[in-house]
Design a protein around this ligand. Structure first.
Ligand SMILES: Nc1ncnc2c1ncn2[C@@H]1O[C@H](COP(=O)(O)OP(=O)(O)O)[C@@H](O)[C@H]1O
Ligand SMILES: [Mg+2]
Length: 373
C-alpha cells in the first residue's frame, strides 16, 4: 500500500501544499514547529477518519480559516490472486473536509455545513466504511509511555490496530459504546427513581453480543503478538488482563452497578500488561511497568510496534505505510538499527529535525526528501 500524494489546504499550519511520496523511504525534514507532526496527523486522519490529538476536530482547521481539505491518493499493490480483477494497481482518492459547522458565503447568513465529511473517490462515506482504506502504523514519542500510561491508552491502541483491519470490530465498538452509555443512564435511574430492572435486559444482551466479539479479537491480536517474536532475542510477552462480559458476571455485580451507576465489567475495563523475562533475576516474568528500566520499557513498545506492522500485514495481506515521528532520537543505537532496517520493508514516511539521520541512509537507499523549512 502506497500513499502517492498528499494535498493539504488549511490543515493546522499548512496553508496549501502538495507532497509527492516515493514508495520507499521519505524523510520530512524541518525545524521545531515547522509542521512535521501535523503532516503525519493529516495522514493519520486519512487513515482513521480521526484526529491524533485534537479534542475538537475543528482544532485541525488552520486558525482563522473556515474550511480545511485533506486529500490523499493511495495505490494498492497487486497482491491478490484474483486475476479476474483487472484493476490490480487500484488507485483511490481519499478526502476529508473539515468545517466549523458553517461557512460564511458573502453577505448572506452563514450556511450550515457538516463539521466533517469523509469521501472516497468523491463519494461521501460513513466513518465505519472510510476507516482502514489507507492502513498505517504510526509511531511517535508519545507511544514511549504506553507501558506506564493509564489502561485507556492501551485500549485505544488495541482498538486502533484491530479497527484498521476489521470492519465488524469497528461496528461492535460503536454499538458497544452506545449501549454502555444507555445502560449507565438506566442504572442511574434505577438508583435515583427506583425504576424496574427489566429494561436492563435489552442493553445487557447488546453489550454481551458486541463485547464478546471485541474481547475475542483483542485476545487474538495479543496471541499474535506473543507468537510473532519480532525481535530475535525476544524477552517480552503481553498479558491480556480482560474483563469478561457475560450474564453471570453482570448478575454478580448487579448491586454495585446500581450503587455506582456504572457498568463494572466488560471490554471497556480491559487492560494488557507487558511482561519481561529477565533470567538474570529470576525465571519468572516481571511486569515491565513496575520493574522495567526506561530503556526496557521503550524496547517493549518498539517490540509491540513491530508486531503491529506484522499483524496488519498478515490480516490485510499488504504492508501498511509506516509513519515515524522523530522516533530515532528516542532510541539508543541498537534499537535505531532495528527501526532503520524495518524502514526498508515498506513505504515509510519519517520526520526528523536532525539532518544527520538522513546521512545514514545516503548511498544505500534512494531517499525522498521533503524540506518544510
Ligand atoms: N489549527 C492550527 N492553525 C494554525 N497553526 C497551528 C494549528 N494547530 C497547530 N498549529 C501550529 O503548528 C505548529 C506545530 O506543528 P508540529 O507539526 O507539531 O511541528 P513539528 O515540526 O515540531 O512536529 C505550531 O507552531 C502550532 O502553533
Ligand atoms: Mg513534532
Amino acid at each position: 500500500m502506497i500513499l502517492r500524494t498528499l494535498s493539504l489546504l488549511n490543515f493546522r499550519n499548512h496553508k496549501k501544499n502538495t507532497f509527492n511520496f516515493s514508495d520507499k523511504i521519505n524523510f520530512i525534514i524541518g525545524d521545531n514547529a515547522s509542521g512535521k507532526t501535523n503532516l503525519l496527523e493529516s495522514i493519520f486522519l486519512l487513515s482513521t477518519g480521526k484526529s491524533l490529538k485534537a479534542n475538537r476536530e475543528e482544532e485541525m482547521i488552520m486558525i482563522g480559516e473556515e474550511l480545511s481539505k485533506i486529500k490523499g491518493t493511495v495505490s494498492f499493490r497487486a497482491y491478490s490472486n484474483n486475476l479476474s480483477n483487472n484493476d490490480l494497481d487500484d488507485v483511490e482518492n481519499l478526502e476529508v473536509i473539515l468545517t466549523r459547522g458553517f461557512l460564511e458565503l458573502g453577505t448572506s447568513v452563514p450556511r450550515k455545513t457538516p463539521k466533517k465529511r469523509l469521501l472516497i473517490d468523491g463519494t461521501t462515506k460513513r466513518l465505519i466504511d472510510f476507516t482502514g482504506r489507507l492502513k498505517v502504523v504510526l509511531f511517535g514519542p508519545w507511544d514511549m509511555n504506553l507501558v506506564t500510561d493509564p489502561p485507556g491508552a492501551r485500549r485505544s491502541f488495541l482498538d486502533l490496530v484491530i479497527s484498521q483491519t476489521d470492519r465488524e470490530y469497528r461496528r461492535c465498538v460503536i454499538a458497544y459504546e452506545k449501549a454502555l452509555r444507555q445502560r449507565n443512564k438506566l442504572l442511574f435511574r434505577i438508583r435515583e427513581e427506583g425504576i424496574s430492572r427489566n429494561q436492563l435486559i435489552f442493553w445487557n444482551q447488546l453489550l454481551i453480543r458486541n463485547g464478546e466479539y471485541i474481547t475475542r479479537k483483542r485476545a487474538e491480536f495479543i496471541e499474535f503478538v506473543n507468537s510473532a517474536n519480532q525481535l530475535t532475542d525476544c524477552i517480552y510477552q503481553l498479558y491480556y488482563d480482560k474483563s469478561v462480559i457475560s450474564e453471570s458476571r453482570l448478575e454478580q455485580y448487579k448491586k454495585e452497578e446500581v450503587a455506582s451507576a456504572t457498568t463494572l465489567v466488560g471490554p471497556h475495563r480491559d487492560d494488557f500488561r507487558f511482561l519481561i523475562l529477565n533470567s538474570k533475576i529470576s525465571d519468572d516474568a516481571f511486569d515491565l511497568a513496575f520493574y522495567g528500566s526506561r530503556g526496557e520499557q521503550r524496547m517493549g513498545v518498539l517490540w509491540l510496534k513491530l508486531a503491529e506492522l506484522a499483524f496488519i500485514e498478515k490480516v490485510a495481506k499488504e504492508r501498511p505505510v509506516l509513519l515515524l515521528d522523530d522516533i530515532l532520537s528516542e532510541l539508543d543505537h541498537g534499537h535505531r538499527d532495528i527501526v532503520m532496517s524495518t524502514m526498508r520493508n515498506q513505504q515509510t514516511i519519517m520526520t526528523t529535525a536532525d539532518y544527520h539521520y538522513v546521512e545514514d541512509f545516503k548511498g544505500i537507499e534512494i531517499v525522498n526528501m521533503i524540506n518544510l523549512n
